[in-house]
Design a protein. Structure first.
Lengths: 496, 498, 99
């Protein structure tokens, strides 16, 4: 295994800046690792070898212009973001072969920052899932134990980091799709404040919940990537027109002295595995020893969050996914000259969408339909208000909230695929964050029987910097205990 | 035996509901920066947003909001402090996202009215049409049906879609139920659409061309037995593409409904399509189930919350109301009610005003527009403003008459030539060699010739029987091939015979 | 008594333009019913006095100026089309209402 791929993004950026290594060499090393390991991991749906090398060469050519602190560093992009000319499938058959004629704003920002895009990563179809088993192109495996899931929906983006295929990746988080994969792969993932990162070019699952965010193996790398992709975008009407909090400075300061940290009572206790609870308690002790005050807070309405989420997200999805109709792009089934447009639409949608997507479209269509709207979608919106009030009350007492990211460590592939409701419980701790639009991070808190455990930090909207203050402080202490990032303990991959 | 219209209105009381869709004339679409030019090559004005591509997001056109608020203010509406967009979900290939971004329970303007005047048996009467709402939405693409007969949808083998029109800003103006019009329902409907069109035109927010589809009207009609105080089942007629069709469609539906009710049958609540050629309506494909649009707040857009200052700025910029303006012009021009109404009906007010502004005498300007030019427009079955002669050209013709360079008869010839596209009045006159014979010596020669030819008539005139002069003048005009100024001929003739 | 019948699932699926195969329908109906059971808890959460919240952001009046931005070329617009003809998207015959 090349030394280069074990380095963090900030280390690689520094080496490139000093011309000790070229972006091309760094990019090639990661492409080599992908070709060596991805037959096992299946983190990528598309590897843009030629394009990545061309971008790297361009970064080397523009070396002196140094477009960003991540100049020349490679990255893996979740396949839910449009990249001009590059296949974008969202893990679905219905979009097979579609090459967008435009770039997502996140992609434009990455290109402007001279970040090299290696390819597109695997995901649950249209980001619906918590295991990446719902990809139409087969599951991704967790590098810590390849019989286990890497989380979802952004399992590809998280697994690529843990398998050293990329030092950086982009995920999207509608109910936990950045944080839950980060937790079960021992990596760092941030869901920024809603509106902090442009959604333009992010294929919508649930518009009022979706948010793209940075993923990496260290808190500082995550902050550096956060800074590159965040900021106001006039192409997204729900993008916040205000300066991005200085997340990089916060990650570097990494100080919790005098901070009040609230433990959400409803997100601990029953339902959380012992190993998860133990790592969480140890992390709290570390933060306390660093000068933070730990306070228990109650958010009583969080117990309704899962229900509200599984009504709001499918409702919006049923509308967002209506455009996949075989008329303008993507799959078309049954156009034999005898069938009507309506028949072809229905046949294509039946053949092109997987079970989970159909389940959610039907659920959402039902929740919005005449006679059921008030009882389902309407009630869920009220719950959203209650949850937002719970957050406001909590933040009147504390600076950030914390919880375990997930109730369990990575489960086995296939273990929950026939029980949607059990699968949905994976996101019980992450979902309230999306409903309220606040910011949140998951970072590694250690291992439980050899598998990573995630620690979740939740900051008020537009206070994303607090995630990095807390995360940085905790990481510093844990890294010294582990002798480096937790991912350095990922077992060597045995590719058969 | 079908009922006559008189029998229909004797037995039944009509109620109307009018929905007008107006395409705004913004430079760009409602939610993206694509141009909105009419008639551009297919799919040249499309982008990820208006094609509904995965990942693309809408951003509202500020001008479209302002135009809608101005329409609302001009229609005496209340402006909603915080209105929202909603998604109207239904599948149709001309709608790229398979939902239309529209407004639902929180439209931007509500509760207005528009007064319209209709000529009744008791003279001109004002009807107040109450406006329920004015809201913003986006237009759909256009489909071309290939194969089968005459480009119609039924029997077509496949369709071709052009999304240039998809996403063009639409404003929908919906009336409350209009009742109490009695037999004047068709005229009231027409007058409403016409007055609305004039207001929209004066606001400059739309091209309001019904024939190009930038103003489209859906007419809801229902009948109830006279005096029952009930509301009957309505039909909704779409595809009404001219003012005349609005009137015809309403009248036609009233007669059709009455025919059904009279036979004891029921009217089906359905969408019908107006047939421009026959004037009848045809049933749309009946739906297996009621529409369920699953409206919900559009999560990609933020609410529109115009503050008082913004609204007041827009209000202060409103142009004079067409009705106020008409009263002012009527006063200025000293025109009787009936003639003013005729001018309004003919769509001549703007044209006359412009012609007068260019120096023409109001009576003369009115005479030309309502007379010869209207006649030619009727002949060609086109609107007066599309007939092919401009106020500037009419003003010039009036001027040429007043200085004696054209006679009325010659002027009519010039008008016809201008309308035929032969150029400006001056160039028509030059190329055709049209000129008034104003050389007095040749006129006098012609008059003397006429006197010599009809000495007995000349004698009658000489003895004070002036009407007899007509015959002599006629002869002179014939001699000069109509190019002489008849008034001057008369003057000279009487001079010679005095 | 299930919360949602098999027929109702079929009706909703048709509304969503998904033709379900028979065996699919049976499986889905049961699963949707289970999910509805789990999410119905929201109905006890809030009374009439709680306002609905459709979006996490409170901002208003986000607009763009009415200024033309270059469109895609028709080739780019049509690049993903399953079928096209004369710079237009070619689609199977459309039923439904006359436009
Ligand atoms: Mg409408
Ligand atoms: Zn566009």
């Amino acid at each position: 295994m090349s030394d280069l791929i074990k380095k963090s993004a900030s280390e690689l950026a520094a080496l490139i800046a000093k011309k000790e290594v070229s972006s091309r060499e760094v990019t090639q090393a990661h492409l080599d690792q992908i070709s060596k390991t991805d037959s096992l991991i299946h983190a990528f749906l598309y590897v843009d070898t030629d394009g990545a090398l061309a971008q790297a060469e361009l970064a080397d050519k523009n070396h002196d212009a140094r477009k960003s602190p991540l100049h020349g560093v490679p990255l893996a992009l979740k396949d839910v973001l449009a990249q001009k000319g590059i296949p974008t499938t969202c893990g679905s058959k219905i979009l097979e072969g579609w090459r967008p004629p435009y770039d997502a704003t996140v992609v434009t920002k990455l290109k402007d920052a001279a970040v090299v895009i290696l390819g597109k990563t695997n995901m649950d179809e249209f980001a619906m899932g918590s295991s990446t088993e719902n990809s139409a192109y087969g599951p991704t495996r967790n590098p810590w134990d390849t019989d286990r899931i890497p989380g979802g929906s952004g399992g590809g983006s998280a697994a690529a980091l843990a398998a050293f295929q990329a030092p950086l990746s982009i995920g999207t988080d509608t109910g936990g799709s950045i944080r839950q994969p980060a937790a079960v792969t021992g990596t760092v993932g941030v869901k920024p404040t809603y509106g902090g990162v442009s959604r333009y070019g992010l294929v919508a699952f649930s518009s009022s919940l979706d948010q793209a965010g940075p993923c990496a193996r260290t808190v500082l790398d995550t902050a550096l990537l956060h800074q590159v992709i965040a900021g106001h975008d006039p192409k997204d009407a729900t993008s916040i027109n205000a300066p991005v909090p200085d997340v990089v400075a916060a990650a570097e300061r990494a100080d919790v002295k005098g901070m009040k940290i609230g433990v959400v009572k409803e997100l601990t206790g029953a339902g959380y595995e012992k190993g998860v609870a133990d790592r969480f308690a140890e992390s709290l002790a570390i933060l306390e020893s660093q000068g933070a005050e730990i306070i228990e807070v109650s958010c009583p309405n969080f117990r309704f969050a899962l229900g509200a989420y599984y009504l709001i997200a499918p409702s919006e999805a049923s509308s967002n996914l209506a455009r996949f109709d075989a008329m303008r792009y993507g799959l078309r089934i049954g156009d034999d000259g005898t069938k009507s447009a309506e028949e072809v639409m229905s046949l294509t949608r039946d053949a092109g969408f997987g079970d989970e997507v159909k389940r959610r479209i039907i659920l959402g269509t039902y929740a919005l339909s005449a006679g059921y709207y008030d009882a389902f979608y309407g009630s869920a919106q009220k719950v959203r208000t209650l949850i937002t009030r719970d957050f406001a009350a909590a933040y009147s007492k504390v600076d950030v909230l914390v919880s375990p990211t997930t109730p369990t460590v990575a489960f086995k592939i296939g273990e929950k695929s026939n029980d949607p409701v059990a699968m949905y419980l994976s996101d019980v701790a992450t979902i309230p964050v999306n409903l309220a639009g606040v910011a949140s991070m998951s970072l590694p808190a250690g291992l439980s029987e050899g598998l990573p455990v995630g620690f979740q930090i939740i900051a008020p909207a537009m206070k994303d910097d607090r995630l990095y203050l807390v995360g940085g402080a905790l990481e510093r202490e844990l890294n010294s205990k582990w002798n480096g990032p937790l991912t350095h303990q990922v077992p060597d991959l045995v590719v058969r | 035996m079908a009922l006559t219209y008189e029998e229909v209105v004797a037995k039944y009381e009509p109620s109307l509901g009018l929905e007008v869709h107006v395409e705004l004339n913004t430079q760009t679409k409602m939610f993206c920066g694509c141009a909105t030019e009419f008639g551009a090559a297919p799919n040249t004005q499309t982008c990820p947003v208006c094609l509904g591509m995965p990942g693309a997001l809408p951003v509202v056109n500020e001008k479209a909001i302002e135009s809608t608020i101005r329409i609302g203010l001009a229609l005496n509406c209340a402006i909603t402090p915080k209105s929202r967009f909603a998604r109207k979900n239904y599948f149709y290939p001309d709608m790229p996202k398979n939902f239309q971004i529209s407004q639902y329970d929180e439209p931007i303007c509500t509760n207005g009215y528009l007064d319209v005047e209709v000529e009744t048996d008791e003279g001109i009467k004002t009807f107040r049409i109450e406006i329920e709402r004015v809201h913003m939405e986006e237009d759909t693409g256009k489909s071309l049906h290939v194969g089968g007969a005459t480009g119609r949808i039924h029997g077509a083998e496949y369709s071709l879609l052009d999304y240039n029109r998809a996403g063009i800003p639409l404003v929908e103006i919906v009336t409350k139920v209009v009742s109490g019009t009695g037999k004047y329902a068709p005229e009231v409907a027409k007058a409403y659409v016409k007055e609305l069109r004039d207001i929209l035109r004066s606001l400059g927010v739309s091209d309001v061309k019904m024939e190009q589809g930038s103003l489209r009207c859906d007419a809801n009609v229902s009948l109830a037995p006279t005096g029952s105080g009930k509301l009957g089942t309505r039909s909704e007629t779409k595809n009404v593409n001219s003012l005349r069709s609005v009137e015809r469609a309403v009248r036609g539906e009233m007669i059709r409904h009455a025919g059904l009710l009279d036979k004891g049958e029921r009217v089906i609540q359905e969408t019908r399509h107006f047939q421009e050629d026959t004037g009848a309506t045809r049933s749309g494909r009946s739906k297996e189930q009621a529409e369920d649009y699953r409206y919900f707040p559009e999560p990609d857009l933020t609410p529109v919350a115009p503050d008082a200052e913004w609204i007041e700025r827009l209000r202060s910029d409103l142009p004079e109301k067409p009705s106020v303006r008409r009263a002012r012009l009527q006063d200025q021009w000293q025109v009787p009610d009936k003639e003013m109404a005729a001018m309004v009906n003919a769509g001549a007010v703007d044209l006359v005003e412009e012609t007068v502004a260019l120096g023409a005498d109001p009576t003369k300007a009115r005479g030309w527009w309502l007379g010869e030019i209207s006649r030619l427009a009727n002949e060609a079955e086109i609107e007066l403003n599309a007939v092919g002669i401009s106020p500037k050209q009419v003003a010039r013709i009036v001027e040429l008459i007043s200085v004696g360079e054209l006679t009325d008869k010659l002027a009519r010839q010039v008008v016809a030539s201008v309308i035929a596209g032969e150029g400006d009045p001056d160039s028509v006159i030059a190329t055709k060699g049209i000129k008034v014979v104003s050389d007095e010596s040749s006129l006098i020669a012609a008059i003397e010739k006429a006197i010599a030819a009809q000495p007995d008539i000349a004698e009658k005139v000489r003895s004070g029987h002036l009407p007899a002069a007509g015959a002599l003048i006629g002869a002179v005009m014939k001699e000069t091939k109509g190019q002489a100024d008849a008034a001057r001929v008369r003057e000279l003739l009487l001079g010679l015979l005095s | 008594m299930p919360r949602i019948s098999r027929d109702e699932v079929a009706r909703i699926a048709a509304l969503a333009r998904i033709t379900l195969r028979d065996e699919e329908l049976s499986g889905l109906a049961g699963q949707i019913d289970g999910i509805l059971d789990a999410v119905a808890v929201v109905q006890e959460a809030a009374g009439a006095d709680v306002p609905a919240m459709s979006h996490p952001l409170e901002i208003t009046n986000v607009t763009r100026p009415d200024v033309i931005v270059p469109s895609l070329t028709p080739e780019a617009s049509l690049s993903g089309a399953p079928a096209s003809e004369e710079s237009r998207f070619r689609v199977p015959q459309i039923l439904g209402e006359e436009a």
